[in-house]
Ligand binder design. Structure first.
Ligand SMILES: *Cc1c(COP(=O)(O)O)cnc(C)c1O
Length: 393
């Protein structure tokens, strides 16, 4: 055997995640590994919790990163808050809502699905109707930013509707956190999870979560044990919990947490409002270029997510061939369609560190070239100027 060290190429990641990781984060992750109960590490954990509270805009005591990717944050919310027999309304407008249904059923809950068109926001009126028809519902769950379609839902209104009917609310904020306005306390969200590889500019593998006092009360008063030992928050809190002595639960992913800490320090330096504004500005520049080229967005303007731009593939264009050329000739990754949208759309991410003018211009000029070479029906040579005009404005 003479397998050598793995040296990945330097790509530009403009898909649905992972997105470009800041060099500061990568550097932080290469610092010396220390023990997971080392006092220096424990004080870093406390800083991490404070920084995550800022990112989520919450004072929730139980705010921490789950030691696994976004899907594990999702599962942590469901296994802790859903007991066998509980009715849960899941609002679905894309792929990730379907995963919520899976989670409810695997917890022994009864999932009532409220379906919305893919590429549109969740309709609060449909939720209201479903709650009236199902007065025994315990939990409502929805995805704030559907990464499969690029649609943003009105989390504040959906939570209000659910609370009027006495339900707890689980929100998927994997793609929205830091990229779009999100206010956990002001909007009274009960349980929320995110991921590190989307707008946090960090590597994949961690899932920040936050639980309100009301959610914690439900967890503490469960009639049945949480079916997952690893994700049982009653146990995890012994390690991540407040002021009491930390007890071993699992070995924290030390260096990955250094990376998240650095990403959150960077967020603090930029400021949350400025981060939201940056994502919006770069989205508008990309949009100006794409539309000048003659390409169309899947999602209507009012429901559009700045950090995930779903574009309809023009008639007669081989969508996979375009992505392959972008990758081989420009080291640029964009995303394919997912689920019902496979083969029909491209998903261009402008997330976190990757949401910058250089990436907007690279993506537009690369698409101009590749689509032109493939004789796609686009207007050539206009996209970069249109984007630059927006960036200057
Ligand atoms: C990416 C994503 C997830 C899953 O996160 P992983 O880190 O891939 O497990 C869940 N929900 C949404 C909306 C996502 O975009």
């Amino acid at each position: 055997m003479s397998i050598k060290s793995f040296h990945p190429p330097q790509r530009v990641l403009m898909g649905p995640g992972p997105s470009d990781v800041s060099p500061r984060v990568l550097e932080a992750m290469s610092r010396p590994t220390i023990g997971h109960l080392d006092p220096m590490f424990v004080s870093m954990m406390d800083e991490m919790k404070a920084l995550l509270k800022y990112a989520f805009q919450t004072e929730n005591e139980l705010t921490m990163p789950v030691s696994a990717p976004g899907s594990a944050g999702m599962e942590t919310c469901f296994v802790n808050l859903v007991e066998p027999g509980d009715k849960v309304i899941v609002c679905q407008n894309g792929v990730f809502g379907g995963r919520m249904k899976e989670n409810v059923e695997r917890c022994g809950g009864i999932a009532v699905m409220v379906q919305d068109e893919w590429g549109r926001a969740v309709d609060p009126q449909k939720l209201e109707d479903a709650l009236k028809a199902n007065p025994d519902t315990k939990v409502v769950a929805f995805v704030h930013a559907e990464t499969s379609t690029g649609a943003l839902s009105d989390a504040k209104t959906l939570v209000e509707v659910a609370h009027r009917h006495g339900c707890l609310v689980i929100v998927d904020a994997v793609t929205s956190l830091v990229g779009s306005p999100l206010k956990v306390d002001e909007w009274e969200i009960d349980a929320i999870y995110s991921g590190t590889q989307k707008c946090l500019s960090c590597t994949p593998g961690l899932s920040p979560v936050s639980f309100s006092a009301k959610a914690l009360e439900k967890i503490k008063n469960r009639k049945t044990r949480v079916q997952s030992w690893f994700m049982d928050l009653n146990l995890v809190m012994g390690y991540w919990g407040g002021s009491t002595k930390r007890a071993y639960h699992h070995t924290a992913p030390i260096n990955a947490l250094y990376g998240l800490h650095e990403a959150l320090v960077m967020l603090q330096e930029e400021g949350l409002q400025d981060s939201w504004a940056r994502h919006q500005k770069n989205h508008l520049a990309l949009r100006a270029g794409l539309e000048a080229m003659g390409l169309n967005f899947v999602v209507p303007e009012a429901d559009r997510l700045p950090q995930l731009n779903a574009i309809t593939v023009p008639q007669g264009v081989d969508e996979a061939a375009v992505r392959n050329l972008l990758l081989s000739d420009y080291q640029l990754e964009i995303g394919a369609g997912l689920g019902a949208m496979a083969g029909k759309v491209w998903r261009i991410g402008l997330m976190g560190h990757a949401s910058n003018p250089r990436n907007v211009l690279l993506c537009l000029s690369a698409l101009d070239d590749v689509l032109g070479r493939m004789k796609a029906p686009i207007r050539r040579g206009v996209a970069v100027d249109a984007a630059n005009a927006k960036l200057a404005g």
